[in-house]
Design a protein around this ligand. Structure first.
Ligand SMILES: NC(=O)c1ccc[n+]([C@@H]2O[C@H](COP(=O)([O-])OP(=O)(O)OC[C@H]3O[C@@H](n4cnc5c(N)ncnc54)[C@H](O)[C@@H]3O)[C@@H](O)[C@H]2O)c1
Length: 249
């Protein structure tokens, strides 16, 4: 259902070229918002712009873990940022801590944690100036339980939950709300390949028993836009599972 909840609003979406970020971008744009669509994937952003030329979508090719790139994203906002969804993220090939490389650990933290911190830090002055703001972070079931990925991914997503809770607490008096969605399995391009025999033996069979069928990205976009919009005006610091019941099992 489309309600025009984002009329007159500017919302940054990271990871906008694919999966959940793409679905969220289109949902916000269809509901009247101006979207600053951010991704590393230049081709994907160009396709988004071309296929949806009638929508108010500004694309910015950027690495959210780099300060100069984040500054370009903020520049594209032209002084207005009512919402931010920190959604760009990568997986860890299910590698347990006994096998993880420094490179893998740093790569996952660069995007999932450093990127989330830098983007959030950058929008806070605009939101404080405006007297309002809403942030929705994409956490994961990997930010709720330990058996959904390798070591780096849940470490990063528990960090995302920590950033969500702390930022919501700190800025609640300033009318800035911060929530997270915790998706279960979703049909996107994130990739779920295993690079560890141990993980395949431990996580593989469990996944087949407890994980519901993957959701469509649009189902997660519905939860994200609820948390971003005034529909959730009294909600802050929440981590909302959208997982078909996985976390209830
Ligand atoms: N797909 C799932 O099953 C699932 C489950 C739980 C949580 N999530 C989370 O959902 C979020 C979105 O992932 P998705 O499943 O849509 O994956 P996806 O791979 O389809 O999309 C992620 C996008 O992020 C972009 N990206 C990666 N690194 C970036 C960077 N440094 N700067 C800017 N953009 C960058 C990629 O180019 C890609 O377009 C992630 O945070 C992921 O951890 C996904």
């Amino acid at each position: 259902m489309l309600t025009g909840r984002f009329e007159g609003k500017t919302v940054i979406v990271t990871g906008a070229a694919s999966g959940i970020g793409l679905a969220t971008t289109l949902r916000i744009a269809r509901e009247g918002g101006r979207v600053i669509a951010v991704d590393l994937n230049e081709e994907g952003l160009a396709a988004l712009k071309e296929e949806h030329a009638n929508r108010d979508i500004v694309t910015v090719t950027a690495d959210i873990g780099e300060n100069e790139d984040v500054a370009r994203v903020i520049e594209a906002c032209n002084g207005q940022c009512d919402g931010l969804t920190n959604n760009a993220g990568i997986m860890d090939k299910f590698v347990p801590i006994g096998e993880v490389s420094d490179e893998m650990w740093e790569k996952v933290f660069h995007v999932n944690v450093l990127g989330t911190m830098k983007m959030t830090r950058a929008v806070i002055p605009l939101m404080l100036g405006a007297g309002h703001g809403s942030i929705c972070n994409t956490a994961s079931m990997g930010g709720i339980v330990g058996g959904a990925a390798g070591a780096a991914y849940p470490a990063s997503k528990f960090a995302v939950v920590g950033i969500t809770k702390n930022t919501s607490f700190m800025y609640a008096p300033n009318n800035i709300r911060v929530n997270a969605v915790a998706p279960g399995a979703v049909r996107t391009n994130i990739g779920g390949d295993f690079a560890s025999h141990l993980a395949l033996a431990r996580v593989g069979p469990r996944m087949q028993v407890v994980v519901p069928p993957p959701a469509a990205p649009e189902e997660i976009a519905a939860a994200i836009t609820f948390l971003l919009s005034d529909d959730s005006a009294n909600v802050t610091g929440a981590v909302l599972p959208s997982d078909g019941g996985w976390s209830a099992a």
